[in-house]
Design a protein around this ligand. Structure first.
Ligand code: ADP
Ligand code: MG
Length: 321
């Protein structure tokens, strides 16, 4: 199968590539054309996933397609954007029909659930890697950035932390667990659900936001730096799932929540006055700390003691000490 036939068969023919709101021209020309309504801005983000670095190789291609798009779309959720479209740059070692079929099905399933359209890409031969660029729209001036946190704001997260990190030993085949424990953890790893609706609900309310990809400690460090504030995290307030606590025990579950990464839940700062209405509306908002004058991230024990660990989260190019 040649490059063009492959693109046509697996990607251009997929239901998620059939155009939709905002897509004036999709796959097949030199560029796609997107229409952004007046009064809105285009939000753009790119993510690369490399086999053996970001995912185990081999792995289930359906789950890979689903997960890689979810990870990319999560950045739109973090900005409060509404998804429009995405492109897929795919590097493949070989053309394996079964693999491509399953990958395209996983991709399509997540695209449909997020309301995002495949509008183009690139297909090359080489070691397996995927690059996705997502495009969203957000009312001008209302995007949620990392830089608006103010002393006095609450630090909140959009759900139970650490489940995807807890799943990693299962994904890598290092450990097993009974289905009641393994299934919810693996679901968080393989099909994270980008918190798009929550991100949109936080427009004009949250003072800063991001999606947690490298662990709460490391990601809150980005808010602290961009906003020139300090962030306090109260360890006893971290929401942990029953499955994670059963699988890891409390100290390791807490470490997974703080430093594990791959959660793709939103972390955001909120003036206290905004909290009651969000809770009344049923949004999954958990207060885990607060913003103070100062700098950096500090982890506090229940008795107020500073228990900030030295290691924060995963980094590809770690600074030498
Ligand atoms: P060009 O050489 O002009 O860059 P290509 O031959 O790479 O164009 O691609 C032809 C068309 O197919 C373009 O519209 C491109 O966006 C699209 N395309 C290529 N690879 C993919 C892919 N993996 N998924 C979706 N669309 C793709
Ligand atoms: Mg090309």
């Amino acid at each position: 199968m040649g490059e063009f036939e492959l693109i046509r068969h697996y990607f251009a023919a997929a239901p998620c590539a059939q155009g939709g709101v905002g897509v004036a021209l999709g796959i097949g020309d030199d560029c796609a054309l997107l229409t952004v309504p007046a009064g809105e801005q285009l939000a753009i983000s790119t993510d690369t996933l490399v086999a053996g670095v970001h995912f185990a190789d081999p792995c289930d291609p359906f789950l890979l397609g689903q997960r890689s798009l979810a990870v990319a779309v999560s950045d739109l959720a973090a900005m409060g954007a509404t998804p429009l479209a995405f492109t897929l740059a795919l590097t493949l070692p070989t053309v394996d029909a079964d693999w491509l079929q399953a990958f395209a099905r996983g991709l399509n399933a997540m695209a449909q659930s997020c309301g995002v359209r495949l509008v183009g890409g690139d297909t090359t031969r080489g070691p397996l890697s995927l690059t996705m660029t997502v495009f969203g729209r957000v009312p001008t001036g209302l995007a949620l950035t990392r830089s608006g946190a103010r002393p006095g704001d609450l630090l909140c997260v959009g759900g139970e932390l650490g489940n995807a990190a807890g799943a990693l030993p299962l994904v890598l085949g290092e450990r097993t667990a009974e289905p009641a424990v393994a299934e919810p953890l693996l679901a968080h790893y393989w099909s994270p659900q980008p918190q798009l609706a929550l991100g949109q609900a936080l427009r004009g309310k949250a003072t800063s936001a991001l999606d947690i990809s490298d662990g709460l400690l490391a990601d809150c460090g980005h808010i602290a730096a961009a906003s020139a504030v300090g962030v306090l995290i109260e360890s006893e307030k971290l929401p942990l799932s029953k499955a994670l606590l059963t699988f890891l025990g409390e100290p390791a579950a807490q470490a997974a929540a703080l430093s594990g990464g791959d959660d793709y839940l939103l972390a955001f700062t909120l003036p206290p006055a905004e909290l009651p209405q969000l809770l009344a509306d049923g949004w999954p908002v958990h207060v885990v700390g607060r913003v103070v004058a100062g700098q950096g991230v500090t982890l506090l024990a229940a008795d107020g003691q500073d228990i900030t660990p030295a290691t924060r989260g995963y980094q590809h190019f770690r600074e030498t000490p």
